[in-house]
Ligand binder design. Structure first.
Ligand code: ZN
Length: 159
């Protein structure tokens, strides 16, 4: 079957930015998502539509269809105890922070004794991203997956 609304898609991808590899699922489990529910960035989701099991393709996504443009003055001073992901922080490290809208990634720019200045832009904001994709499996979503709005099983959510 080809990918459409409520397809559960397993795929491998390699993400590069300006020729530098940033992430890859190769050698591990594929990623899984529920199509049509904004589980993945819009530029990649649009490119997935109509593709089928075994297809490989490459798509380059502008910031507006990926993680948005970078915004200046998105710096905030955050208590170190609220930064998750490491014990000691250095400028340039990426931390997870709990917010009203769920977890988000921030980049540490300056570390003090009790607080760190953090750039709240997504680490991939402002970047044009290229995804090399291999579709591993396409299947119809279960009622439970549709109700949850995400894929279950390998590469998806585990409850
Ligand atoms: Zn679920």
């Amino acid at each position: 079957m080809s990918i459409g609304k409520d397809s559960v898609v397993q795929f491998h991808y390699t993400l590069t930015e300006a020729g530098t590899e940033l992430e890859s699922t190769k050698g591990g489990d594929p990623m899984a998502y529920l199509h049509g529910h904004q589980n993945i960035i819009s530029g990649l989701e649009q490119a997935m539509a109509g593709k089928a099991e075994g297809d490989t393709f490459s798509v380059t996504v502008a910031p507006a269809d990926a993680y948005g443009e970078r915004k200046d003055d998105l710096t905030q001073r955050i208590p170190l105890k609220h930064l998750q992901g490491a014990k000691k922080w250095r400028p340039g490290m990426v931390a997870w922070v709990e917010t009203d809208q769920g977890q988000r990634q921030v980049t540490v720019t300056k570390v003090g004794k009790f607080n760190a200045d953090c750039d709240l832009n997504h680490p991939l904001a402002g970047k044009t991203l290229t995804f090399d994709v291999e579709i591993v499996e396409v299947r119809a979503a279960t009622d439970e997956e549709k109700a949850h709005g995400h894929a279950h099983g390998v590469g998806g959510h585990h409850h």
